[in-house]
Design a protein around this ligand. Structure first.
Ligand code: ACO
Length: 426
């Protein structure tokens, strides 16, 4: 006997069985309870309890604070893997063998360069343009340089354009940053790893070879691994939704970057730093907590739609702050963050609502210690999330069950009425 939900419609007395598969009923099965023209649909703003796809990429148990990519626990990947290896895992489903990894790294790194027109596009932005705006438009423009990317049903074309995007994202991010600070672009250095090269393109000055502390390179690798995917979050949902109309990876990723820019999503780490600066000193923490509890402000970097427990990424990032601060000195805002967390974890308001630090609570402190300006924080999320977006994009466009994403609405407007001439209106 298959699992099912027995339903009785008390408007009509109609009874039915809704099959349950994988812990879900099919919303379309509710249609059997329509009464004449009156349909029966599911209303779920923000997709609080609606699965929009089947996915084998990332697993989250928000109650227990578990995050896994392709079955591998995030803490093991953060400790042992590299970003490019993790990206391979997300896209291929398995960890690579040594030759596979070498080939993959070579392939991604061979796509680091940007078309000249993209540089012109970046130069067209005002000096104070947010780098996320540059990222969004440049990524959306990529399909014009690589028209084969529109062949989304061709496996080879999908693969090469995914490689291109993962390869180009750090270059684009670095160029957007250098444009914003008025410094000349630094071109990719093929001798450097993905993250080392990214740091060099960002921060190299007049020295012939950029050298950085390996502890900082490793910290960036860890942050990139933690941000690589997070199942159906807001930006991934945007990517999948745009892809469902038959779009190429660049157009779809452009939508993802837009979603990630929002302060409730990827923009939260920038907001956390702003919040910590506004609080300014330890003695003002209780006053701030009172303002949060009175509903006047939100504690940025706290709370999560899925995690009702400590976000496992926040735990790893908190540990990484120690290593980074050993290398570059302690960010003075850390003590305010630690005090906010200490109070919040004991306070009834936060405990009752199950609000814990999320991935953004500590990441901004590290980014600031690494000399990134706040406007780059969300960019540092977009670069590694590209691997997840691409894995999800490919899974979505090859899923025979997927249809164009087109939700319904509950119409709350005026009933039908006749058009009135301009001078006949009261
Ligand atoms: N500070 C204070 N109260 C909060 C917070 C917060 N950060 N987050 C949620 N709450 C409260 C709400 O006021 C609400 O209280 P109520 O029941 O008394 O009305 C309750 O907790 C539930 O909150 P919702 O907004 O309904 O939860 P939702 O799942 O829709 O939102 C979100 C999740 C957007 C992440 C929210 O917790 C938030 O705004 N956090 C701050 C922004 C942030 O850090 N975003 C990054 C998320 S991680 C990521 O995107 C990478």
């Amino acid at each position: 006997m298959t699992d099912s939900l027995s339903v009785r419609d008390n408007r009509t007395g109609a009874e039915g069985e809704l099959p349950i598969a994988d812990g879900a009923i099919r919303a379309t099965d509710l249609r059997q309870f329509a009464v004449g023209d009156e349909r029966l649909a599911a209303y779920d703003p923000g997709f609080m309890n609606t699965a929009a796809c089947r996915s084998s990429i990332t697993y989250i148990d928000g109650e227990k604070g578990i995050l896994e990519y392709r079955g591998y626990p995030i803490d093991q990947l953060a400790e042992k893997s590299t970003y490019l290896e993790t990206a391979y895992l997300l896209l291929h489903g398995e960890l690579p063998t040594p030759p596979q990894l070498a080939e993959w790294e070579q392939a991604v790194n061979s796509h680091r360069r940007l078309p000249d027109n993209v540089k012109t596009l970046i130069h067209g932005f005002r000096f104070d343009a947010h780098p996320m705006a540059m990222m969004m438009s440049a990524v959306a423009s990529f399909h014009t340089f690589y028209p084969d990317s529109r062949n989304i049903h061709d496996k080879e074309s999908r693969y090469v354009n995914i490689l291109r995007l993962i390869g180009k994202m750090p270059t684009l991010a670095a160029f957007a940053y250098r444009h914003a600070v008025g410094r000349p672009f630094v071109y990719p250095d093929d001798r450097l790893s993905y993250t080392e090269n990214f740091l060099a393109m960002l921060f190299q000055g007049s020295e012939p070879r950029y050298a950085t502390d390996p502890r900082l390179v490793r910290a960036l690798e860890v942050l990139f691994i933690l941000h690589a995917d997070h199942e159906q979050n807001c930006s991934t949902n945007a990517v999948r939704s745009v892809a469902s109309a038959g779009n190429d990876p660049y157009t779809s990723a452009g939508a993802g970057i837009g979603a990630l820019f929002g302060p409730l999503h990827g923009g939260a780490n920038e907001a956390v730093l702003k919040m910590l600066r506004e609080i300014g000193s330890l003695d003002r923490v209780p006053e701030f907590i009172e303002a949060v509890k009175a509903g006047r402000v939100r504690m940025m970097g706290f709370g999560h739609r899925v995690y009702k427990n400590y976000d496992p990424r926040a735990r790893i990032i908190k540990a990484t702050t120690r290593e980074v601060f050993d290398a570059v000195g302690v960010n003075p805002l850390l003590k305010i963050a630690l005090e906010l967390e200490r109070i919040a974890l004991e306070d009834e308001y936060f405990v009752k609502r199950r609000l814990y630090p999320n991935v953004d609570f500590y990441s901004g402190l590290i980014y600031e210690a690494l000399s990134f300006p706040p406007s780059m924080f969300t960019v540092l999320f977009a670069v590694p999330r590209t691997a997840g977006w691409m894995a999800q994009w490919a899974e979505g466009v090859t899923d025979p069950e997927q249809k164009i994403a087109r939700p319904m609405q509950i119409y709350t407007g005026k009933p039908t009425r006749d058009y009135e001439g301009l001078y006949d209106r009261n």
